[in-house]
Ligand binder design. Structure first.
Ligand SMILES: [Zn+2]
Ligand SMILES: [Zn+2]
Length: 413
C-alpha cells in the first residue's frame, strides 16, 4: 500500500514526505485542480481508503480542506456525495468498538467541521441537487446524497449538546438561520416526493439549532455569554437574573440542587434523574457530564414551550388532568420526539405510588432522555442521561407565555 500511495503526485506546498497527514491534505488539494473524471475518481478512491482505514490521518487542516473542497469545487452530484461522505467519516471518533459508529462522533472534530462550514456545505447541496432525480437514489450499498446529508446532519445534532460543538453552532447560528430562511422561502414545486426529501433535510438542520443556545432555565430568555448566572450549588441551572434564580429555588430547585434523586420524591424532582450505562471514571468524564447537564438544562423549557400545543391536545385526548401527565422527550431522536403519558405508564408501580404522594398539583412533569458520549460506558446500551423538570400548568396554557416575532417564547415574570 505504501508504494502505491507514494507513487501519486503531490501538489501541496506544505507537503512533508514523512507526514501522512499533509499527504492527505495534499491529495484533497489535488482534487481541486483535476477536471479529468477518471483521474479524479482514482484520487477519490485513494483518499477514501486512506481516511477510512486510518483516522489518524485526519486533523483540523484535513477537515477544513475537505469542506472547502465541498463548498467550492463540487461540480456534480457525485462529487457532492463524495465530499459529504468524507466529511462524515472524518468527524468520527477513533474507536475499535463494535457500537454503531454513528453515535461515536467526536465533539472536537464535529465542532471543527461545523466551524469550517459543514452545515452550510450540506445546505448548499440540498439547494443545488435537492430537485435532482438522483438526489435520493441509492445503488447497492452506496448511499444516496440525501442519505449522506441526513446522516451527517443527524450526527451533528446528536453531539450538539456537548460543549465544543454547542459553541461552534452558536457561532454559526445567524448564518445557518439565514440560509434556512432563504431555502424555505424558495419556490419549491410540490408535486413529487423529492421535494419532501429536501424539505426534510432543512427540518433536520433546524433541529440542530433548536437543540443549542443559552436560555434562562426559569423564563427561557435567550442569554449572551456575559448575562449567564449559574446556580452556586450545582452550576447546572442557568438564570438571567437573581429574581429568576430565586423563583426557581422556591418552586422546586431547592429540593434537588446538588442532591441525589430521592426515590420517594419523584413528584418533586428537578434536575439529574438517572444515568444509564454512564460511568464517570475520572475528572475529565465528570466535567464532560457537567457540561452536558448544563446544556440540556438550558433547552428544556424551550423544548417544552415549542411542543405545548401538542402536549395539551394529547393530555386532552387521554382525558387526564395535567398533573397526572408525564411528558417524555427523547433527545436521541432528531428532531426530538415527545410523548405525553399517564404517570402510571411512565413510572414503575412503586415510583408511581410515590409520585401520587409527592407531586404538586400545579405542575406538569417532564422527563428528558439525552445521549451521552464522552463518559466511559459499557457497550450493551447506548448510554444516556435522564433529567426531570416540573413546569407550572399555566406555562402550558399560555397565560404567562409571550410569543415573539421570531417564533420563540419567554415566560413573563
Ligand atoms: Zn429568567
Ligand atoms: Zn442548583
Amino acid at each position: 500500500m505504501v508504494e502505491f500511495i507514494f507513487s501519486l503526485p503531490i501538489v501541496s506546498k506544505d507537503y512533508d514526505p514523512t507526514c501522512m497527514v499533509s499527504y492527505v491534505a495534499g491529495l484533497i488539494q489535488l482534487l481541486n485542480k483535476i477536471d479529468d473524471k477518471r483521474t479524479r475518481d482514482k484520487y477519490e478512491t485513494e483518499l477514501r481508503v486512506l481516511v477510512q482505514t486510518t483516522l489518524d490521518l485526519v486533523d483540523k487542516g484535513v477537515i477544513k480542506e475537505m469542506i472547502d473542497f465541498g463548498l467550492n469545487n463540487t461540480t456534480d452530484l457525485s462529487s457532492a456525495k463524495f465530499a459529504v461522505n468524507m466529511a462524515y467519516v472524518m468527524v468520527l471518533q477513533k474507536t475499535n468498538s463494535s457500537i454503531d459508529k454513528k453515535i461515536l462522533a467526536n465533539d472536537t472534530r464535529v465542532a471543527f467541521a461545523v466551524r469550517a462550514g459543514l452545515v452550510e456545505m450540506c445546505l448548499s447541496f440540498v439547494e443545488r441537487f435537492g430537485q435532482s432525480r438522483l438526489f435520493s437514489l441509492s445503488r447497492g450499498d452506496e448511499n444516496s446524497l440525501f442519505q449522506e446529508i441526513q446522516r451527517t446532519i443527524e450526527t451533528v445534532y446528536l453531539i450538539s449538546l456537548h460543549k465544543k460543538t454547542a459553541k461552534a453552532i452558536a457561532s454559526k447560528r445567524v448564518v445557518i438561520e439565514k440560509e434556512l430562511l432563504r431555502l424555505r422561502g424558495r419556490d419549491i414545486p410540490n408535486h413529487s416526493d423529492y421535494d419532501y426529501k429536501d424539505k426534510k433535510l432543512l427540518y433536520l438542520a433546524k433541529s440542530v439549532l433548536d437543540l443549542s443556545g443559552t436560555y434562562c432555565c426559569r423564563c427561557n430568555k435567550s442569554l449572551s455569554k456575559t448575562e449567564v448566572l449559574q446556580c452556586n450549588g450545582c452550576s447546572g441551572m442557568v438564570y438571567c437574573s437573581k429574581s429568576c434564580q430565586k423563583e426557581d429555588w422556591l418552586n422546586g430547585h431547592s429540593l434537588t440542587c446538588n442532591k441525589k434523586l430521592a426515590i420517594d420524591q419523584p413528584g418533586r424532582f428537578q434536575g439529574l434523574y438517572s444515568l444509564r450505562g454512564v460511568q464517570v471514571k475520572d475528572e475529565r468524564a465528570a466535567s464532560k457530564l457537567k457540561e452536558l447537564k448544563n446544556n440540556i438544562s438550558m433547552i428544556q423549557l424551550k423544548l417544552f414551550l415549542d411542543k405545548r400545543y401538542e402536549i395539551q391536545s394529547r393530555a386532552h385526548s387521554l382525558g387526564i388532568p395535567l398533573y397526572d401527565c408525564v411528558v417524555v422527550f427523547d433527545l436521541q431522536k432528531c428532531p426530538p420526539s415527545v410523548e405525553t403519558k399517564k404517570y402510571t405508564s411512565a413510572y414503575d408501580a412503586s415510583t408511581s405510588k410515590h409520585f401520587e404522594e409527592t407531586r404538586s398539583k400545579d405542575n406538569i412533569t417532564c422527563i428528558y432522555h439525552s445521549p451521552h458520549f464522552n463518559g466511559e460506558s459499557g457497550t450493551q446500551f447506548v448510554p444516556n442521561i435522564s433529567m426531570q423538570r416540573l413546569f407550572p400548568h399555566e406555562w402550558l396554557s399560555g397565560n404567562r407565555v409571550i410569543r415573539h416575532t421570531d417564533g420563540s417564547y419567554t415566560i413573563k415574570k
